[in-house]
Design a protein around this ligand. Structure first.
Ligand code: NAD
Ligand code: ZN
Length: 241
């Protein structure tokens, strides 16, 4: 991490009024949760893009459910890392603050953030395909798909799959904050999953200062005012000092 870039970011944050953080799977990588695009992204030779779709669930619900069981078992053992706690510190320091996360692992809530939206849903919730009832499912037996308690219909994970739309309210809040912030920190996101990938561009178009934190360059680093290359769990704490 180059010192002068870090100093620049700290200086910009000192003068900022409205900070938005956009987080992706890379933030939770240091908590031991695999990202989708990485060497450890495979499960039984399937690519996440082949499993995280409604079509895959329709064709083979047990297989997709089993994959979610595996992901939940990893997430259940994971703890927030210093990157998550640095974002909690940011929320405390800025009166105007908003966190947009693509992560479904619930680690932001556990770390202590309050002002956030989980635009891709939450892995600890299921939703009935028939009556749309949403249940928190920490307690249910995940080994097989349980029936909906209200109507007996089939449950699915309450997450946004590839090809599905982000719930309208979450998307509106995200776009509004991206268009109105004066600084946006993008962390651990590959910048390929739409529409989340457009949010840094919205911020940039509205003259916000965009900071990208990632172990490797992405389309976001190209438009960012500063690209801090390295691990989220090291760089975010260094930013908040
Ligand atoms: P992604 O898997 O597409 O990309 C991860 C990015 O993080 C990459 O650009 C990688 O270079 C970077 N990265 C990896 N380790 C890092 C580290 N230690 N510090 C900083 N950066 C690091 O992730 P995405 O862009 O979030 O999109 C994938 C989709 O998968 C999202 O929609 C998300 O819902 C879902 N997902 C969520 C989780 C989770 O909840 N933890 C995990 C995997 C996938
Ligand atoms: Zn139901």
């Amino acid at each position: 991490m180059e010192r002068d870039k870090l100093e620049k970011v700290r200086e910009v944050l000192k003068g900022a009024k409205y900070l938005v953080v956009l987080a992706g799977a890379g933030l939770s990588q240091e908590s031991g949760i695999p990202t989708f695009r990485g060497a450890d992204g495979l499960w039984k030779q399937f690519r996440p893009e082949e499993l995280a779709t409604f079509d895959a669930f329709r064709k083979n619900p047990d297989l997709v459910w089993e994959w979610y069981c595996w992901r939940r078992s990893i997430i259940a053992r994971a703890e927030p890392n210093p990157g998550h706690y640095a974002i909690v510190e940011m929320e405390k320091r800025f009166e105007q603050f908003f966190l947009i996360t693509q992560n479904v692992d619930g680690l932001h809530r556990r770390a202590g953030n309050k002002k956030f939206v989980e635009i891709h849903g939450c892995i600890w919730e299921s939703r009935c395909l028939n009556c749309h009832n949403v249940i928190e499912d920490h307690e249910i037996d995940h080994r097989k798909i349980p029936p909906c308690r209200k109507c007996g219909g089939r449950l699915r994970p309450n997450v946004v799959w590839f090809g599905e739309a982000i719930p309208d309210m979450s998307l509106r809040k995200s776009i509004y904050s991206a268009q109105n912030c004066d600084v946006m920190i993008v962390v651990g996101t590959s910048g390929y999953v739409q529409p989340a990938a457009s949010l840094p561009f919205h911020a940039k178009q509205n003259n916000a200062f965009v900071i990208d934190v990632n172990v490797e360059a992405t389309p976001v680093s190209e438009i960012a005012d500063v690209f801090l290359q390295g691990k989220a769990g090291e760089i975010l704490p260094a930013i908040v000092g």
